[in-house]
Design a protein around this ligand. Sequence first.
Ligand code: ADP
Ligand code: MG
Length: 279
Amino acid sequence: MALFEELQKTTEHLSKHRQPHHADAPILRADNLSLQYQSGYAIDDISFELHTGERLAVVGPNGAGKSTLLKIIAGVLTPTTGQVQIFGNAPSRHICIAYVPQRNQIDWHFPVTVADVVMMGRVGQLGLFRNPKASDWELVNGALEIVRMTHLAKRQISQLSGGQQQRMFIARALAQRAELMLMDEPLTGLDVNSQEEVFNILGKLQQQGVTVVVTLHDLQMAAERFDRVMLLNHQMISLGTPESVLNPGNLLAAYGGHLHLIPTEDGALALGDTCCGEE
Ligand code: ADP
Ligand code: MG
Protein backbone atom coordinates (compact mmCIF):
# COMPACT_ATOMS: atom_id res chain seq x y z
CA MET A 1 0.00 0.00 0.00
CA ALA A 2 2.68 2.45 1.03
CA LEU A 3 4.20 2.60 -2.39
CA PHE A 4 0.89 3.16 -4.10
CA GLU A 5 0.40 6.08 -1.78
CA GLU A 6 3.88 7.23 -2.70
CA LEU A 7 2.98 7.06 -6.36
CA GLN A 8 -0.14 9.15 -5.75
CA LYS A 9 1.79 11.62 -3.65
CA THR A 10 4.36 12.04 -6.39
CA THR A 11 1.74 12.74 -9.01
CA GLU A 12 -0.02 15.10 -6.65
CA HIS A 13 2.90 17.25 -5.67
CA LEU A 14 4.40 17.20 -9.12
CA SER A 15 1.19 18.47 -10.62
CA LYS A 16 0.47 21.18 -8.08
CA HIS A 17 3.10 23.69 -8.98
CA ARG A 18 3.82 24.02 -12.64
CA GLN A 19 6.91 26.17 -13.14
CA PRO A 20 8.29 27.72 -16.30
CA HIS A 21 11.26 25.96 -17.89
CA HIS A 22 14.58 27.74 -18.02
CA ALA A 23 15.34 27.45 -21.71
CA ASP A 24 19.07 26.78 -21.53
CA ALA A 25 19.02 24.54 -18.43
CA PRO A 26 19.61 20.78 -18.80
CA ILE A 27 16.46 18.76 -18.20
CA LEU A 28 18.08 17.31 -15.09
CA ARG A 29 21.00 18.51 -13.06
CA ALA A 30 22.13 16.75 -9.90
CA ASP A 31 24.71 18.43 -7.70
CA ASN A 32 26.58 16.53 -4.98
CA LEU A 33 23.66 14.34 -4.00
CA SER A 34 24.12 12.28 -0.85
CA LEU A 35 21.64 10.40 1.25
CA GLN A 36 22.87 9.01 4.52
CA TYR A 37 21.10 6.41 6.64
CA GLN A 38 22.32 5.32 10.08
CA SER A 39 23.91 2.34 8.36
CA GLY A 40 25.87 4.57 6.00
CA TYR A 41 25.55 6.34 2.68
CA ALA A 42 22.92 5.00 0.27
CA ILE A 43 24.33 7.41 -2.29
CA ASP A 44 27.43 9.51 -1.85
CA ASP A 45 28.23 12.76 -3.65
CA ILE A 46 26.62 12.15 -7.04
CA SER A 47 26.70 14.89 -9.68
CA PHE A 48 25.60 14.65 -13.30
CA GLU A 49 23.53 16.28 -16.02
CA LEU A 50 21.00 14.85 -18.43
CA HIS A 51 19.92 16.43 -21.69
CA THR A 52 16.56 16.23 -23.39
CA GLY A 53 15.84 12.99 -25.22
CA GLU A 54 18.68 10.99 -23.67
CA ARG A 55 18.15 7.45 -22.47
CA LEU A 56 20.21 6.64 -19.38
CA ALA A 57 20.60 3.23 -17.73
CA VAL A 58 21.63 3.23 -14.06
CA VAL A 59 23.33 -0.05 -13.16
CA GLY A 60 25.10 -1.40 -10.09
CA PRO A 61 24.87 -4.21 -7.56
CA ASN A 62 21.98 -4.74 -5.16
CA GLY A 63 21.95 -2.04 -2.52
CA ALA A 64 24.07 0.30 -4.67
CA GLY A 65 21.59 3.15 -4.28
CA LYS A 66 19.83 2.97 -7.66
CA SER A 67 16.29 3.20 -6.22
CA THR A 68 17.39 5.89 -3.78
CA LEU A 69 18.77 8.01 -6.62
CA LEU A 70 15.54 7.72 -8.62
CA LYS A 71 13.42 8.61 -5.59
CA ILE A 72 15.51 11.70 -4.90
CA ILE A 73 15.16 12.84 -8.51
CA ALA A 74 11.40 12.24 -8.31
CA GLY A 75 11.22 14.31 -5.12
CA VAL A 76 9.98 11.35 -3.03
CA LEU A 77 13.11 11.38 -0.86
CA THR A 78 15.02 14.46 0.25
CA PRO A 79 18.79 14.18 -0.03
CA THR A 80 20.91 14.73 3.09
CA THR A 81 23.03 17.09 1.03
CA GLY A 82 23.03 18.33 -2.54
CA GLN A 83 20.22 19.28 -4.86
CA VAL A 84 18.33 18.27 -7.98
CA GLN A 85 17.17 20.73 -10.57
CA ILE A 86 14.70 19.98 -13.33
CA PHE A 87 14.96 22.62 -16.03
CA GLY A 88 16.48 24.81 -13.36
CA ASN A 89 13.69 24.21 -10.78
CA ALA A 90 13.41 21.97 -7.72
CA PRO A 91 11.78 18.65 -8.73
CA SER A 92 8.82 18.97 -6.37
CA ARG A 93 7.76 22.05 -8.26
CA HIS A 94 7.44 20.47 -11.63
CA ILE A 95 4.91 18.31 -13.41
CA CYS A 96 7.21 16.94 -16.04
CA ILE A 97 8.48 13.91 -14.10
CA ALA A 98 6.84 10.49 -14.16
CA TYR A 99 8.19 8.04 -11.59
CA VAL A 100 7.47 4.31 -11.67
CA PRO A 101 8.56 2.42 -8.53
CA GLN A 102 9.87 -1.14 -8.57
CA ARG A 103 6.98 -3.48 -9.35
CA ASN A 104 7.37 -5.54 -6.19
CA GLN A 105 6.90 -2.39 -4.10
CA ILE A 106 3.39 -1.73 -5.37
CA ASP A 107 0.26 -3.29 -3.89
CA TRP A 108 -1.27 -4.69 -7.05
CA HIS A 109 -4.48 -5.57 -5.17
CA PHE A 110 -5.30 -1.91 -4.64
CA PRO A 111 -8.82 -1.79 -6.17
CA VAL A 112 -8.29 0.39 -9.22
CA THR A 113 -8.51 -0.17 -12.96
CA VAL A 114 -5.94 0.48 -15.65
CA ALA A 115 -7.86 3.59 -16.76
CA ASP A 116 -7.87 4.90 -13.15
CA VAL A 117 -4.10 4.62 -12.91
CA VAL A 118 -3.56 6.29 -16.28
CA MET A 119 -6.02 9.06 -15.31
CA MET A 120 -3.87 9.66 -12.20
CA GLY A 121 -1.39 11.16 -14.64
CA ARG A 122 -4.02 13.83 -15.36
CA VAL A 123 -5.89 14.48 -12.16
CA GLY A 124 -3.44 13.66 -9.38
CA GLN A 125 -4.55 11.74 -6.35
CA LEU A 126 -6.86 8.76 -6.74
CA GLY A 127 -10.06 9.05 -4.73
CA LEU A 128 -9.80 12.82 -4.60
CA PHE A 129 -10.54 13.28 -8.27
CA ARG A 130 -11.05 16.67 -9.64
CA ASN A 131 -13.56 15.81 -12.32
CA PRO A 132 -11.75 14.67 -15.45
CA LYS A 133 -12.57 16.82 -18.44
CA ALA A 134 -13.16 15.55 -21.96
CA SER A 135 -9.61 16.59 -22.82
CA ASP A 136 -8.28 14.44 -19.94
CA TRP A 137 -10.13 11.41 -21.30
CA GLU A 138 -8.78 12.11 -24.75
CA LEU A 139 -5.23 12.05 -23.45
CA VAL A 140 -5.89 8.92 -21.36
CA ASN A 141 -7.48 7.06 -24.27
CA GLY A 142 -4.75 8.18 -26.65
CA ALA A 143 -2.08 7.00 -24.21
CA LEU A 144 -3.78 3.60 -23.81
CA GLU A 145 -3.89 3.29 -27.56
CA ILE A 146 -0.17 3.98 -27.91
CA VAL A 147 0.68 1.21 -25.44
CA ARG A 148 -1.96 -1.04 -27.03
CA MET A 149 -4.02 -1.46 -23.88
CA THR A 150 -7.35 0.08 -24.91
CA HIS A 151 -9.05 -3.29 -24.49
CA LEU A 152 -7.70 -3.54 -20.92
CA ALA A 153 -8.86 -0.10 -19.73
CA LYS A 154 -11.48 -1.48 -17.31
CA ARG A 155 -9.33 -4.29 -15.99
CA GLN A 156 -8.26 -4.38 -12.33
CA ILE A 157 -4.52 -3.85 -12.06
CA SER A 158 -4.12 -7.17 -10.22
CA GLN A 159 -5.15 -8.91 -13.45
CA LEU A 160 -2.27 -7.66 -15.56
CA SER A 161 0.91 -9.39 -16.66
CA GLY A 162 4.24 -7.80 -15.71
CA GLY A 163 4.67 -6.33 -19.18
CA GLN A 164 1.15 -4.90 -19.16
CA GLN A 165 1.83 -3.32 -15.77
CA GLN A 166 4.86 -1.50 -17.15
CA ARG A 167 2.96 -0.43 -20.27
CA MET A 168 0.18 0.96 -18.08
CA PHE A 169 2.71 3.15 -16.27
CA ILE A 170 4.16 4.31 -19.56
CA ALA A 171 0.60 5.26 -20.59
CA ARG A 172 0.27 7.18 -17.34
CA ALA A 173 3.46 9.10 -18.16
CA LEU A 174 2.16 9.82 -21.66
CA ALA A 175 -1.16 11.06 -20.29
CA GLN A 176 0.76 13.21 -17.82
CA ARG A 177 2.76 14.57 -20.75
CA ALA A 178 5.86 13.75 -18.75
CA GLU A 179 9.14 15.03 -20.08
CA LEU A 180 11.30 12.94 -17.78
CA MET A 181 10.40 9.31 -17.10
CA LEU A 182 12.06 7.50 -14.18
CA MET A 183 11.52 3.73 -14.11
CA ASP A 184 12.90 1.51 -11.36
CA GLU A 185 13.79 -1.96 -12.70
CA PRO A 186 10.98 -1.99 -15.29
CA LEU A 187 12.40 -5.04 -17.05
CA THR A 188 13.08 -7.25 -14.04
CA GLY A 189 10.98 -10.40 -14.14
CA LEU A 190 9.63 -9.81 -17.66
CA ASP A 191 10.03 -12.41 -20.39
CA VAL A 192 12.00 -11.48 -23.50
CA ASN A 193 8.91 -10.61 -25.56
CA SER A 194 7.50 -8.33 -22.87
CA GLN A 195 10.89 -6.65 -22.48
CA GLU A 196 10.96 -6.07 -26.22
CA GLU A 197 7.49 -4.54 -26.10
CA VAL A 198 8.51 -2.18 -23.30
CA PHE A 199 11.54 -1.12 -25.37
CA ASN A 200 9.33 -0.49 -28.40
CA ILE A 201 7.12 1.79 -26.39
CA LEU A 202 10.06 3.51 -24.72
CA GLY A 203 11.24 4.16 -28.27
CA LYS A 204 7.96 5.96 -28.96
CA LEU A 205 8.44 8.04 -25.83
CA GLN A 206 11.91 8.95 -27.01
CA GLN A 207 10.57 9.98 -30.43
CA GLN A 208 8.38 12.46 -28.57
CA GLY A 209 11.46 13.89 -26.88
CA VAL A 210 10.87 12.23 -23.51
CA THR A 211 14.05 11.70 -21.50
CA VAL A 212 14.19 8.25 -19.91
CA VAL A 213 16.14 7.05 -16.87
CA VAL A 214 15.89 3.34 -16.13
CA THR A 215 17.55 1.23 -13.44
CA LEU A 216 18.62 -2.19 -14.64
CA HIS A 217 20.20 -5.41 -13.50
CA ASP A 218 21.09 -6.63 -16.95
CA LEU A 219 24.40 -5.06 -17.93
CA GLN A 220 24.29 -6.46 -21.43
CA MET A 221 20.94 -4.82 -22.02
CA ALA A 222 22.32 -1.55 -20.66
CA ALA A 223 25.23 -1.84 -23.10
CA GLU A 224 23.06 -2.66 -26.11
CA ARG A 225 20.04 -0.43 -25.63
CA PHE A 226 21.09 2.78 -23.91
CA ASP A 227 22.93 5.93 -25.02
CA ARG A 228 24.54 6.41 -21.66
CA VAL A 229 25.20 4.24 -18.66
CA MET A 230 25.82 5.23 -15.05
CA LEU A 231 27.68 2.67 -12.98
CA LEU A 232 26.80 3.15 -9.35
CA ASN A 233 27.95 1.67 -6.09
CA HIS A 234 26.92 4.35 -3.58
CA GLN A 235 29.40 6.59 -5.40
CA MET A 236 29.21 7.15 -9.12
CA ILE A 237 31.97 4.98 -10.51
CA SER A 238 31.54 6.07 -14.11
CA LEU A 239 29.08 7.76 -16.47
CA GLY A 240 29.30 7.82 -20.24
CA THR A 241 28.81 5.67 -23.31
CA PRO A 242 28.38 1.95 -22.58
CA GLU A 243 31.79 1.21 -24.11
CA SER A 244 33.58 3.73 -21.93
CA VAL A 245 31.79 2.74 -18.70
CA LEU A 246 31.46 -1.03 -18.82
CA ASN A 247 35.11 -2.00 -18.78
CA PRO A 248 36.59 -4.62 -16.45
CA GLY A 249 38.26 -2.09 -14.15
CA ASN A 250 35.06 -0.13 -13.54
CA LEU A 251 33.00 -3.29 -13.18
CA LEU A 252 35.34 -4.77 -10.61
CA ALA A 253 35.18 -1.47 -8.72
CA ALA A 254 31.36 -1.69 -8.70
CA TYR A 255 30.76 -5.39 -8.22
CA GLY A 256 33.94 -6.67 -6.58
CA GLY A 257 33.82 -10.46 -6.46
CA HIS A 258 30.11 -10.67 -7.31
CA LEU A 259 30.70 -10.64 -11.02
CA HIS A 260 30.88 -13.00 -13.92
CA LEU A 261 32.98 -11.83 -16.85
CA ILE A 262 32.00 -13.69 -19.99
CA PRO A 263 33.90 -12.94 -23.17
CA THR A 264 31.65 -12.82 -26.26
CA GLU A 265 32.37 -13.08 -29.97
CA ASP A 266 32.92 -9.38 -30.54
CA GLY A 267 35.12 -9.08 -27.49
CA ALA A 268 32.41 -7.42 -25.37
CA LEU A 269 31.68 -8.77 -21.94
CA ALA A 270 28.35 -10.19 -20.87
CA LEU A 271 27.93 -9.83 -17.17
CA GLY A 272 25.71 -11.04 -14.41
CA ASP A 273 25.06 -9.91 -10.87
CA THR A 274 25.40 -13.05 -8.79
CA CYS A 275 23.37 -11.44 -5.99
CA CYS A 276 20.30 -12.04 -8.08
CA GLY A 277 21.16 -15.49 -9.30
CA GLU A 278 20.97 -14.27 -12.88
CA GLU A 279 23.38 -15.31 -15.59
P1 ADP B 1 19.35 -0.49 -5.02
O1 ADP B 1 18.08 0.04 -5.57
O2 ADP B 1 20.55 -0.19 -5.85
O3 ADP B 1 19.27 -1.96 -4.72
P2 ADP B 1 18.66 1.10 -2.69
O4 ADP B 1 18.61 2.49 -3.17
O5 ADP B 1 17.38 0.39 -2.51
O6 ADP B 1 19.65 0.25 -3.62
O7 ADP B 1 19.41 1.07 -1.31
C1 ADP B 1 20.68 1.67 -1.12
C2 ADP B 1 21.18 1.44 0.30
O8 ADP B 1 20.39 2.15 1.22
C3 ADP B 1 21.12 -0.03 0.71
O9 ADP B 1 22.27 -0.32 1.46
C4 ADP B 1 19.91 -0.09 1.58
O10 ADP B 1 20.03 -1.09 2.55
C5 ADP B 1 19.87 1.29 2.20
N1 ADP B 1 18.48 1.73 2.48
C6 ADP B 1 17.50 1.90 1.59
N2 ADP B 1 16.37 2.34 2.18
C7 ADP B 1 16.67 2.45 3.50
C8 ADP B 1 15.93 2.86 4.66
N3 ADP B 1 14.64 3.27 4.56
N4 ADP B 1 16.56 2.84 5.85
C9 ADP B 1 17.86 2.48 5.96
N5 ADP B 1 18.61 2.07 4.91
C10 ADP B 1 18.03 2.07 3.71
MG1 MG C 1 16.37 -0.90 -6.20
